[in-house]
Write a protein that binds this ligand. Structure first.
Ligand code: ADP
Length: 258
């Protein structure tokens, strides 16, 4: 967010710079099961963002003093590659990546049945390969698919999306310039079906009415994203059947449904 109003974000036809409507998401593609050696994995392209997630576990937590006697620890690590942004990013953790790792871990702990795995850890590595605003939402969304791909018992996946304000208008899913030069950005993560909120942050300022409008936009979009997450798992499942030589007609049926 910036207080410098040095960029018009909505053109004279009332369209956003990339031609989107106010309530339109960027294109999203998700693929599940991309890494052979991880217990679960997934990859997402969300506009110009490219983010990968790998899940390992549940496995015994080391160091042992970090173990929780009655539940598993869900440990997400968000990392932005040095080459993910136009000006090379200094490699390694920084305040921002520690914050994002924490909020993603806490969001996912809401849906994983952690009581089933005392003293264990479930590691989720989120690697941002290309960043263009909204990477925490993309990271949380793709990590949920990777957890499901790993067969981790969960009540549901989490879908995540941001809404915000640009040039005085409440809009969905801010792009890079909108994030930089807009007035507010509100990343939201929900458990679809129940609409339980597991992630909510706000950068910038909104009135109560604008905030409510932004939340409605983001929650509706999360339902759309949830469909894409489920489709990725259905396709993954059909591929697994292919690997095991199941009958072709069964695979076709699943692919049609996906
Ligand atoms: P999010 O990616 O969740 O929107 P931010 O609002 O903190 O998180 O960042 C917005 C965007 O700013 C990022 O997606 C990325 O494109 C860019 N960005 C973040 N950190 C850096 C950095 N250290 N160097 C260059 N660009 C960055």
């Amino acid at each position: 967010m910036s207080d410098n109003k040095d960029m018009e974000l909505i053109d004279e036809n009332g369209k956003r710079l990339d031609g989107r409507e106010f309530d339109e998401l960027r294109d999203i593609k998700i693929e599940a099961g991309i890494l052979k050696r991880a217990d679960g994995s997934a990859y997402i392209e969300w506009g110009k963002n490219k983010v990968m997630a790998a899940v390992y576990g549940p496995r015994e937590m080391h160091p042992r003093h970090a173990q929780e006697p009655s539940k598993a620890v869900v440990r997400a690590r968000y990392n932005m590659a040095a080459f993910s942004v136009p000006d090379r990013k200094r490699p390694g953790p920084d305040r921002r990546s520690v914050e994002i790792s924490k909020i993603i871990s806490e969001a996912l702990e809401e849906v994983v049945f952690v009581e089933m795995f005392p003293r264990a850890v479930i590691d989720i590595f989120i690697e941002v390969l290309e960043a263009s605003a909204g990477t925490r939402c993309a990271g949380l969304t793709v990590a949920s698919v990777a957890l499901a791909d790993a067969g981790i018992p969960m009540s549901n996946m989490i879908a995540s999306c941001a809404a915000g304000k640009i040039d005085g208008h409440v809009v969905l899913d801010l792009g890079k310039n909108e994030d930089n030069f807009g007035e507010a950005d509100v990343p939201v993560g929900i458990v679809p079906n129940t609409d339980k909120i597991t992630l909510l942050q706000m950068d910038g300022n909104l009135t109560k009415e604008e905030y409510e409008e932004a939340m409605e936009l983001a929650i509706d979009a999360c339902d759309e994203i949830y469909e894409i997450q489920r489709d990725a798992l259905k396709v993954r499942y059909s591929t697994t059947l292919e690997d095991h030589g199941e009958p072709d007609d069964e695979i076709e049926k699943i692919q049609e449904e996906a």
